[in-house]
Design a protein around this ligand. Structure first.
Ligand SMILES: Nc1ncnc2c1ncn2[C@@H]1O[C@H](COP(=O)(O)OP(=O)(O)OP(=O)(O)O)[C@@H](O)[C@H]1O
Length: 336
């Protein structure tokens, strides 16, 4: 038994482990005696309360200790201060003379013609390749070869991948689905976080949806938005890989801003010129290898603003045509 835990005040315990709030709520405690030590609080529990909670004092204490342990492990294991890709070989077997190191808070886009190997680079990062994939690349985490446990463990994944196709096989409402994920993550403020994710997803997609709709009925853009918001607000993975955020139906700029806020390393493979310039750097892939790494210049950022203006105009035209309208007037676009 952990004496330090028993003699800590409930207030201190909640400050260090906010997710325990949910456990207290689940046994019917709304007003918490924050100034009491855990030991004194347990001693003062009435028989009626213990009967209602279905646990004795020892079981309550064990439960609290388990929650703290489960949540402490991923925290330690998930700390990533750098991700390094060491070049392997291109599709013709020639050496890939490039390597790149990424830090949290950085967004890097991957550009290149169809079939050049963008998704392959993401896949190498996802499986933390160790010269054992077709490219022969090696991935380092914090400058070191990741432990096998990190590479293959399902519940300690440090990389989250949002792939192009996402099909749900369970019939849950959006709210039930996100709540289930929040419960798995044992976060504090579960209900608020679930609401925030659904709100955020609706900010990202042009076609709004309610929390009560079934996830199987969501469109591609709605699903993508929900997964992006879920990854940003709930995922513990410090590395996020996105295989193309489609032009239709998702506000790409907001999506990236949301993910970057969380101090993650974000890699996005894309054919979209707007997204390509939104990153801090872009990796150019040719014939299966990194052929260049380009830092987004000041002029490119300025051009991006104009390109966003044009994109907005194109969206207006697309919406007008979708609604059955005509585009009869002469187009003459100048940014304000
Ligand atoms: N260095 C490499 N060596 C051998 N095969 C490679 C290499 N890089 C990529 N490939 C293979 O080339 C094929 C096309 O790559 P990939 O799907 O990654 O292209 P992409 O750029 O993502 O294409 P798209 O833009 O159409 O999605 C895949 O089968 C991939 O495994």
């Amino acid at each position: 038994m952990d004496d330090q835990l028993l003699t800590s005040s409930i207030n201190d315990i909640l400050n260090s482990h906010p997710f325990i709030m949910d456990f207290f709520a689940s046994i019917g405690l709304k007003e918490l005696p924050r100034s009491l030590t855990l030991q004194d609080w347990l001693a003062g529990l009435t028989d009626e309360f213990l009967r209602d909670s279905g646990m004795d004092r020892k079981q309550i204490l064990n439960h609290i200790e388990e929650i703290i342990q489960i949540n402490a492990i991923p925290e330690k294991q998930h700390r990533v201060s750098s991700l390094t890709v060491i070049g392997g070989k291109d599709k013709s077997g020639n050496p890939e003379n490039a390597s790149i190191t990424l830090k949290p808070g950085e967004v890097v886009c991957i550009v290149g013609p169809t079939g050049s190997g963008k998704s392959r680079l993401l896949a190498d990062i996802e499986c933390m390749a160790q010269k054992d994939t077709p490219t022969g690349r090696q991935i380092l985490i914090n400058g070191c070869v990741p432990e096998a446990q990190k590479r293959f463990s399902m519940n300690q994944k440090i990389v989250a991948q949002l792939s192009q196709n996402m099909n749900f096989v369970v019939d849950l409402t959006v709210k039930e689905f996100i709540t289930m994920h929040a419960e798995c993550r044992m976060i504090s403020r579960k209900d608020e976080t679930v609401n925030d994710i659904i709100y955020m997803a609706n900010e990202l997609t042009g076609e709004k949806f309610s929390a009560d709709v079934s996830i199987t009925q969501l469109s591609g853009g709605q699903t993508r938005s929900l997964m992006i918001a879920d990854t940003a607000l709930l995922s513990a993975s410090p590395i996020v890989l996105i295989d193309e955020i489609e032009n239709a139906g998702v506000n790409r700029k907001k999506a990236l801003e949301l993910l970057v806020d969380k101090e993650k390393i974000v890699l996005v493979s894309t054919h979209d010129p707007l997204l390509a310039l939104m990153g801090d750097r872009r990796i150019v892939i040719r014939n299966g290898a990194i052929s260049n790494i380009i830092e987004t210049s000041k002029q490119e950022r300025m051009n991006l603003e104009y390109m966003e203006f044009l994109d907005c105009k194109m969206t207006e035209l697309r919406d007008m045509l979708r609604r059955g309208g005509r585009i009869d007037t002469e187009l003459n676009w100048c940014s304000g």
